[in-house]
Design a protein around this ligand. Structure first.
Ligand code: NAD
Ligand code: MG
Length: 385
């Protein structure tokens, strides 16, 4: 088997570090091509040494001198800034690009990697939320495989293995309810970022943890599923499942429901994406169903979590709507994390942006850039930043 060259965009983050764990355990199979991070240059330099990376890119250009100095005695090429991130995403020196960047920043690198025919392991769900339509069309045109690194979509993909499209009735995405699931709407008013960051099951980056608390993340996952599996929104259901053991399900026309279960550990979906169609031999700890004698499921409270219906609304509107939702959410979540706005302002900013943004029904990548800028501006106006 030939060795596969892997580029990791966002290698110092939660998904990036776990991806490197998988690569570390499979040295005969993978070799690191490029590693990309935003600001943690010391960690990036350490990773570059350990994995003998061909090149590294630091997103924040002001940190280039430090990184260059730290890797001066190695053959690793040191690059910086957005253009260089795009360059390594597109470069011929890799077979697979793992996109574990956060937010809109992931869109262009994914698009470039697809155009150059690379296999994509996609954690950056914002890529599909914003531009799922054109990204999936480009992947089909180029014959490129997009493997999801999101536990729900990995679960659905596993349930669909060997099944015919016509046999699918519904996709059922499970949702833990996030860190604030026990609070009432009134109690949510006073929530601090520290409270929202305490996810009961998953340890993840800050932005997605807040998105999990507001259920924006679940709304995004519905949009992601719509494009990944090419299925209409009405057939994508969401159920609350507080234990996060059933990672999602597929209901078939004969009444069968298949589910994928396992520990809440992203090593499983990451290794599935990287090793498919093989399976890792020691990705995570043994899972025992006896540890979970009670698995429960419930309806989502749509009043307490308006973000979920907003995501469905964006799918109905199509065009740039979901891009607008995403941009406003990014600004509002960053503001919330910096104590610059309240919890309810996150959905408030999304609503304000969607009600005031211009709309493009058949956007190009440039139109997405414009819609992203506009929605961020609207969210800043709403939050009064
Ligand atoms: P994180 O914040 O832990 O890590 C993000 C990584 O991307 C870091 O290495 C950071 O340096 C880099 N980065 C961010 N913005 C950048 C930019 N503009 N330029 C260059 N580098 C940049 O985030 P995470 O939790 O690993 O999430 C990554 C993506 O995966 C997100 O889209 C998230 O929604 C998705 N995801 C994460 C999990 C999880 O368990 N963490 C699960 C499912 C999906
Ligand atoms: Mg998920």
């Amino acid at each position: 088997m030939s060795i596969e060259r892997v580029t990791i965009l966002g290698s110092t983050g939660s998904i990036g570090v776990q991806t490197l764990d998988i690569i570390r355990r499979n040295p005969e199979r993978f070799q690191v091509s490029s590693l990309v991070a935003h600001s943690r240059w010391e960690e990036l330099a350490r990773q570059a040494r350990e994995f003998n990376a061909e090149s590294v890119v630091i997103g924040d250009k002001s940190l280039y001198p430090q990184l260059k100095e730290a890797l001066a005695d190695t053959p690793t090429k040191v690059l910086a800034g957005e253009e260089d991130i795009n360059f390594v995403a597109e470069s011929y020196r890799s077979d697979t690009v793992v996109n574990a960047l956060v937010g809109y920043a992931g869109l262009h690198p994914t698009a470039l990697a697809i155009e150059s025919g690379k296999r994509i392991a996609l954690a950056n769900k914002e890529t599909l939320v914003v531009g799922g339509d054109i990204i999936m069309a480009a992947a089909r045109r180029k014959g490129v495989e997009i493997m999801p690194i999101d536990s729900e979509h990995s679960a659905i993909m596993q349930c669909l293995e060997g099944e015919r499209r016509e046999a699918i009735r519904n996709l059922i995405i499970t949702c833990s309810g996030g860190a604030l699931r026990h609070l009432s709407i009134e109690e949510l008013e006073g929530v601090t970022p520290e409270m929202a960051l305490k996810h009961p099951q998953w340890s993840m980056g800050a932005k997605i943890t807040i998105d999990s608390a507001t259920l924006v993340n679940k709304g995004f996952e519905v949009i992601e599923a719509r494009w990944l599996f090419d299925i209409e929104a009405e057939r994508i259901k969401v159920v609350i499942h507080p234990q996060s053991i059933v990672h999602s399900m597929v209901e078939f026309t004969d009444g069968s429901v298949k589910a994928q279960l396992g520990n809440a550990d992203m090593h499983t979906p990451i290794s599935y994406a990287l090793l498919y169609p093989e399976r890792a031999t020691r990705a995570v700890e043994h899972f025992s169903i006896l540890d979970y004698p009670t698995l429960s499921f419930a309806e989502v409270d749509r009043v307490k979590y308006p973000a979920l219906d907003i995501a469905y609304e964006c799918l109905r509107r199509g065009g740039t709507a979901a891009c607008t939702m995403n941009g406003a959410n990014e600004v509002a979540v960053a503001a919330f994390l910096n104590h610059k706005c309240r919890y309810h302002d996150i959905v408030g900013a999304i609503r304000y942006a969607l009600d005031n943004a211009s709309f493009e029904a058949h956007p190009t990548l440039d139109d997405y850039d414009a819609a992203n800028r506009e929605s961020r501006e609207l969210a800043r106006r709403y939050i009064k930043m």
